[in-house]
Design a protein. Structure first.
Length: 179
């Protein structure tokens, strides 16, 4: 299992806006899914350079990624309504993925979203997509170790590995299981 770096993520999947909807339909059909499961993508706004690629990755494997700043229904300025809207969206999404970069871990919103997601989704519907500047590990984020993580596999695919495990369902299976 390899650690995903920022440059890797940029090369893994095309940005979401250029992702082929026909290919997504094929993946959903092969997984027996008629409607894409929504995936809440928690991230730092300072990681916008890789968010569209992370969205492309999730879409490639059959998910419908939700990102707050692409939602026209979100308030223009963060306030109490922003928090209520995010809570409602986390509740309505089948899965929760944290784009876990060093920037995300020091964000004020991301740990709050993860805590709310944890309380609402439980451990089996949350996965961490760790993204590093290099092959180094995080420091000071031991709490992330209780969640499954999205990692590359030996066959250049992606899977969701439960904590401490060397095997897990493919990312496509994990997303599809949310139905």
């Amino acid at each position: 299992m390899a650690i995903i770096t920022r440059s890797d993520l940029k090369g893994i999947a095309p940005p979401y806006r250029s992702f082929s909807e026909a290919r997504a339909g094929e993946l959903r059909k092969s997984a027996g899914v008629t409607r894409k499961p929504q995936v809440f993508l928690s991230h730092s706004h300072r990681d916008n350079d890789v968010v569209l690629n992370a969205m492309g990755l999730l879409a490639h494997y059959g998910g419908d990624p939700y990102v707050d700043w692409l939602d026209p229904g979100m308030p223009d300025r963060t306030d109490a309504q922003t928090a209520q809207s995010i809570k409602a969206k986390i509740d309505s999404c089948a899965r929760f993925v944290l784009l876990a970069s060093e920037r995300a871990l020091v964000s004020r919103w991301v740990p709050w979203e993860l805590g709310f997601g944890d309380a609402r989704k439980g451990l089996d519907r949350i996965a961490i997509l760790p993204v590093r500047e290099s092959d180094s590990e995080y420091s000071g984020s031991e709490y992330l170790q209780i969640y499954s993580s999205i990692r590359s596999t030996n066959d250049y695919d992606y899977a969701v590995f439960p904590p401490g495990q060397s095997r897990g369902p493919s990312l496509q299976e994990w997303i599809a299981e949310s139905r």
